[in-house]
Design a protein around this ligand. Structure first.
Ligand code: V47
Length: 372
């Protein structure tokens, strides 16, 4: 790569990174457009090592997707199903007993976290979600409940009668046992992209409203970016800068902040955008590295191995990434490997081996990045 290109095309950006200087939107776009992947990887690794040395984090967790019924029809999503009361088709909703039993099973197998998200269900009341947290909390007092994307939180404000505020929803969930919010539902913060691929979903203003309210209440959250569909490289960098600005504000005046960015590689199969190729390996690696470089105020960059594959997540550990998420076990939202099954699991030994083979030191963390 880059053999015939002028050497040192990123020299000025490399100097900024070495000096701990913040990168601009134009810098980010140049990084995206550059084929000098070696300089890019070295810069991202420099920042990663400054923050974390050779530590690479993983957690023992379990994802639970409580229902794929959704009132939305986002073009990038292959998960949602229209609501079908008759129980026909492949729509599903888990009972509270089933959700609690899955969480308990995970807890008994050493999980420190459950990650629970689902579609915007048309009929379940808000009490279903508080009851869910309460039941898990009662059965597994020490299990961290990381649950509900910003989009679900807005949905809960709307289905509550009378309507309640975002803060009221968050407080009710926290009282019931919620520990933190995952980063989903962000997609790309841009009106053009929003109108093209997730037009009926709440947009960036509401996503940030939820994360601002959470940070004000002292609830830590994550952030995501769904990349590699219809967005331009400039829009991708714009998304990262909006997250960086929000993090500046949270760090200056709120009780909590974003723990990590999780760049999600678009998987076209089964979605209304399945004519698109999706990102290739180099684009995945570059996006992870550039996320590390642009988000200088984010402690962690996570390669969720389900999205980028275990192999590329491993490579990315020397490209700015310091976290590869966890054991996962079941994941219904996207399926990259495994012939269509939702059973997508890496054991602790496999996670540690991936990390050690990348010349890093495996550190089991809890949801808030404390070593276990
Ligand atoms: O919000 C949907 C994305 C997200 C597709 O916070 C897709 O630690 C790729 O947010 N191809 C849910 N992505 C997953 C998520 C997440 C995952 C792991 C860890 C954390 C965290 C958060 O998945 C959705 C959406 O942005 N998604 N469809 C698709 N076809």
């Amino acid at each position: 790569m880059g053999q015939n290109r002028p050497t040192g095309e990123l020299a000025d950006i490399a100097a900024k990174v070495a000096g701990g200087e913040r990168l601009s939107h134009a810098d980010g776009v140049r990084l995206m457009e550059s084929n000098d992947i070696h300089t890019l990887g070295a810069m991202a690794n420099q920042v990663r090592e400054r923050l974390h040395g050779r530590n690479a984090y993983y957690n023992v967790n379990r994802h639970i997707n409580y229902s794929n019924y959704c009132v939305l029809r986002c073009k990038f999503c292959a998960f949602y199903r229209p609501y079908d009361k008759s129980g026909g088709g492949d729509g599903y909703e888990l009972s509270l007993e089933e959700i609690t039993s899955r969480a308990t099973e995970a807890y008994e197998h050493g999980a420190t976290e459950v990650h629970i998200v689902g579609g915007l269900h048309p009929t379940l009341p808000f009490s279903f979600y508080t009851d869910m947290c309460r039941a898990i909390r009662a059965a597994c007092p020490k299990l961290h409940i990381k649950a509900f994307t910003a989009i679900e939180i807005i949905h809960f404000t709307r289905i509550s009668k009378p309507r309640v505020t975002i803060s009221e929803v968050l407080c009710a969930l926290r009282d019931a046992g919620l520990g933190s919010l995952p980063g989903g539902g962000a997609e790309i913060f841009d009106d053009r992209v929003h109108d093209e691929v997730f037009t009926n979903k709440v947009g960036e203003a509401e996503w940030f409203d939820v994360h601002r309210a959470a940070h004000e209440l002292g609830i830590f959250t994550n952030a995501t970016m769904l990349y590699g569909h219809v967005e331009t490289q400039a829009e991708r960098i714009g998304h990262l800068i909006k997250l960086r600005d929000h993090q500046d504000e949270s760090m200056a005046s709120r009780k909590a902040k974003f723990n990590c960015i999780v760049p999600l590689s678009f998987i076209p199969a089964g979605s209304a955008l399945d004519h698109l190729p999706g990102p290739n390996g180099l684009e995945d690696l570059k996006t992870l590295a550039i996320s590390r470089l642009m988000l200088d105020n984010f402690p962690h960059v996570k390669a969720f191995w389900i999205m980028q594959s275990a192999k590329l997540a491993q490579v990315s550990l020397n490209w700015g990434v310091d976290d590869i998420d966890g054991t996962v076990v079941y994941y219904d939202i996207t399926k990259r490997e495994g012939g269509g099954t939702t059973h997508q699991e890496l054991g602790v030994d496999a996670l540690k081996r991936l990390i050690r083979e990348a010349d890093c030191v495996p550190v089991e963390r809890d949801t808030l990045y404390q070593p276990v």
